[in-house]
Design a binder for this molecule. Sequence first.
Ligand code: PDD
Length: 281
Amino acid sequence: MPKTAYINNKYVNFKNAKIHIEDRGLQFADSVYEVIAVLNGNLIDLDFHLKRLRYSLAELDIKYKFYHNDLKKIFLKLLNKNNTLNGIIYLQVTRGVQYREHKYEDKITPTLIIYTRNKKFNLPGKNFKGVNTVTHEDLRWKRRDIKTVNLLPNIIAANKAKKMKAYEAILLKNGKVTEGTSSNIWIIKKNNLITHPANTDILKGVTRTSILKIIKKTSLKLVEKSFTHKQLLDADEVFLTSSGSFITPILKIDKKKINNGKIGNITLKLAEMYTKSCMNG
Ligand code: PDD
């Protein structure tokens, strides 16, 4: 358990870190968040995370203003206090505390919550693992591009995965793959690397954005186009990406093995390239 959290301008004991019962984050999921990976003390893709945070806040009209460097200083201080060298930073901004009413007041002060957790990541090397997945209907609302804590449909699908002893659930909308419950999904077919376009149907992953840059250094052809459940099962290789999982190979989807249940060469190469770029800061 971490020692320290940061709530509304104060470093507090993690065990006693509390927010008010009328916080709108609690009552309405009126709240946005970010999960930032920390690898060897490096804050991975911080600029992209803070850019997406500004986007989520603006889309929901949550009036939290911040300076990049102020947040970075808090992150570094918390990592230090919690002895986190490898792990994640969790940040959440709620609209704030107000008497319970669906409509919000204009002058409400947002609640800021930040803490860190140690985590061992799945990185290429001798312990690099592939995972099993299941599929599940995508039950979410129409603004999946906003990173809100409104995550019940994700949680239902993730727990189906847990029950089936799988790592992640891949979400299907009208027979097409959108993304995972907390990851983006990619397939490789011949020389094509295919992933869902970054529109309102998915969260534009920060890891996804970084990988798009890396692909330019390879001979792979990027196709940002939605793909079907059948294309998913027929793919040569499949992998998922997120700040918590980096690039993680998918070896099985429901009952179907991918690449004979082995980590594919292209996935491995991309994972190596991405990890190297993270290590170099
Ligand atoms: N989830 N899609 C969804 C629905 C997600 O929740 C996430 C991340 C991603 C990948 O985004 P990124 O590469 O920026 O982490 C895609 C975080 C890790 C979470 O909720 O814990």
